[in-house]
Ligand binder design. Sequence first.
Ligand code: FPP
Length: 257
Amino acid sequence: MTIPKQLRGGSVPNHIAIIMDGNGRWAQKRGLMRAMGHKIGVESVQSIVKACRQFGIKVLTIYAFSSENWQRPASEIKTLMTLLKTYLQRELNNLNKNNIRLLSIGQRQKLPADILQILEDTIAETADNSAMILNIALSYGSRNEIIRAVQKITAKCLAGSLQPGQISEQVINDHLDTAGLPDPDLIIRTGGESRLSNFLLWQASYAEIYITETPWPDFRRDNLIAAIANYQKRQRRFGKTGEQAIVQPANKPLNEK
Ligand code: FPP
């Protein structure tokens, strides 16, 4: 683990989640096809995964394809799927070498069969890695995730294995795609828009949100350091007063033991 000197004064977030926006605008500004923005965006993914691993981040969730992205032109969907396929094929060795486990959230069964197969193989082949989790949101929408969780919980209630009165925050956490993962501490959105875009709505309850104008293809290690340094200046109160929050360590999520 190598923590850059700018970040040595505070703790790094456990879980960073990123809305990788601005690929299309980055390309269009340069007179390039939108596909080029996504292609260079993959280089940003590689750079940020490497940096997170070095900084000791435990979970990195990246929003690679939303449930709404299926409405984009077929050619753009094809580009994104091809980039994802190539990324997974190329990165397997690197993930294993760096002890990084791959997970995904979202309705992955909606992905083309060849990509689903590679994704599931990569998840299986990295399952024993323990230094960091790279969690890719694919065909992911938070409302859809919540609907599916409610359906699973309701089925248990109807079957009698769960009573409605037993439904707690923990029960809901356990039925989301992110079951077992800590909530994000820091959500970064590149490309300047101030929206969550149906990303981790339940899990984002106490996340610190950092929005940067920098488009995703330009977002690299130094930009990540700036985002974490900004996070370290925040006081996380989790609904308490400032004085109480100082007594309770700032970066400790409510559900952390
Ligand atoms: C948003 O930019 C970005 C996406 C919809 C896709 C993000 C995908 C990648 C970075 C590459 C594939 C990922 C992996 C993990 C290999 P936008 O196109 O909406 O940008 P705009 O707002 O400027 O149009």
